[in-house]
Write a protein that binds this ligand. Structure first.
Ligand code: AMP
Length: 398
């Protein structure tokens, strides 16, 4: 069933509640990466152009004690949004009560207001994260309709996404629609050849993704820390490289099940110490010393992956191929960005989290068809799991 989209609603002059994911990194009161704000701008601009009275909700971090409130206020986020919109954003430092209600009632068409961090409600018995039914109902009562644009939170069932949606007409915003179109499209109906690239620290985080993609993809290229568990499972000595010994049998059984679909690295960059300026060398899996660890894929692996990716029509990438945080071990991840940027005929999708951060940090923001804003949510989606935040959006009327 297709979901109702924001453009299906008549929002003019209406109080439109909108859940965005503004869970951005903040250091000393300054936002260090505003990608999530930028990605929500098309929805916000559309609603304001339609003269809605826009009321924004978001969470920020985890609020466990009263003292967390000082660091986790959304005030700097409201200021950053105002800069992007070149327009006043009324920030209300409350999640409920008279001040919030009065400010909402005083709004004019085309104005925007931001409610304080929804997780401030968690101090009072996990009301937001526990999807307290009264809270969802209260927030829903503040508006006429609801637009959910927070894909990054869609794998959670919270009061500010699922709770509000249960009580009021709900549609998806542009960002949610994009995530649905690209990640959903790759999982449900990919154009072949469909190649997945998986990396990151652990196999255990991505078992479900590998199992689901084995059914859908033509090839799965494996790099990053998780490759060592696979390599050890087929008998290679991997020195002190990261490994999950309790997942060796599982890794072996995935390889057997894959019948050649899984492509493993053929060489690697090793070092003796886990640090940014450690000495390193390129070697093969047959020649890793006992005191060496692999922190990146090697040049032959990149060539192999490039060959496998030639002619691909759909590519999904999740997880860096090495410890990209250290420049010396970032080459594999950067090369994958370059290869994908040069695939002219492919839809290229980067799952959220570290691979999205790496792609943006390395200057490839514009080079992919879609960079997901949700790490956990995109992993759940790639596994074929139902996302409660998405599920709670109304179905399109036919
Ligand atoms: P994930 O969150 O599972 O996508 O993992 C991302 C993390 O995996 C990054 O912080 C990388 O530094 C780390 N990583 C990638 N390759 C390796 C490796 N060979 N050894 C240790 N950590 C790695």
């Amino acid at each position: 069933m297709k979901k109702k989209m924001m453009e299906d609603l008549d929002v003019r002059g209406k109080k439109v509640l909108c859940r965005v994911d503004f869970n951005v990194p903040i250091q000393d009161g300054k936002i260090t990466d505003d990608n999530r704000i930028i990605q929500a701008l098309p929805t916000i601009r559309y609603l304001l152009e339609q003269n809605a009275r826009l009321i924004l909700f978001s969470h920020l971090g985890r609020v466990k004690k009263e003292a967390d409130k000082k660091e986790l206020t959304l005030k700097p986020v409201a200021e950053k949004l105002a800069e992007h919109l070149k327009k006043d954003v009324t920030f209300v430092p409350k999640t409920r009560g008279e001040e919030l209600e009065n400010k909402i009632n005083a709004m004019k068409d085309g104005e925007v207001l931001m409610v304080e961090n929804t997780r401030f409600e968690d101090l009072d018995g996990k009301k937001e994260s526990g999807n307290d039914p009264e809270l969802g109902k209260y927030w829903a009562g503040l508006g006429d309709m609801f637009v959910n644009d927070a894909f990054g939170t869609a794998h959670r069932s919270h009061a500010s996404n699922v709770g509000i949606a249960k009580n009021i007409e709900t549609a998806a915003g542009y960002l949610m629609e994009r995530e649905l179109r690209y990640i959903g499209g790759a999982v449900d109906n990919p154009t072949h050849p469909f190649i997945a690239i998986l990396g990151g620290a652990k196999v255990s985080d991505k078992i479900g993704v590998i199992e689901n993609l084995l059914k859908k993809a033509d090839k799965i290229l494996i790099g990053g820390g998780m490759a060592y568990t696979f390599m050890k499972s087929i008998g290679y000595a991997i020195g002190t490289s990261i490994v999950e010994d309790d997942k060796l049998d599982l890794a072996k059984s995935l390889l057997d099940k894959a019948e050649g679909k899984i492509v493993l690295p053929v060489d690697l960059v090793v070092t003796k110490e886990f640090k940014a300026d450690a000495d390193s060398r390129v070697t093969t899996y047959e020649n890793i010393e006992d005191d060496e660890m692999g922190l990146d894929v090697g040049p032959k692996t990149i060539d192999l992956f490039e060959k496998e990716l030639k002619g691909a029509k759909t590519v999904v990438w999740n997880g860096p191929l090495g410890v990209f945080e250290f420049e010396r071990f970032a080459k594999g991840t950067e090369s994958i960005c370059e290869i994908l940027a040069n695939l002219d005929e492919a839809t290229t999708i980067v799952g959220g989290g570290d691979s999205a951060a790496a792609a943006i940090q390395m200057g490839f923001r514009e080079e992919f068809t879609h960079i997901s804003t949700g790490g956990g949510a995109s992993l759940q989606y790639l596994q074929g799991n139902v996302l409660p935040g998405l599920e709670a959006i109304d179905d399109k009327e036919v």
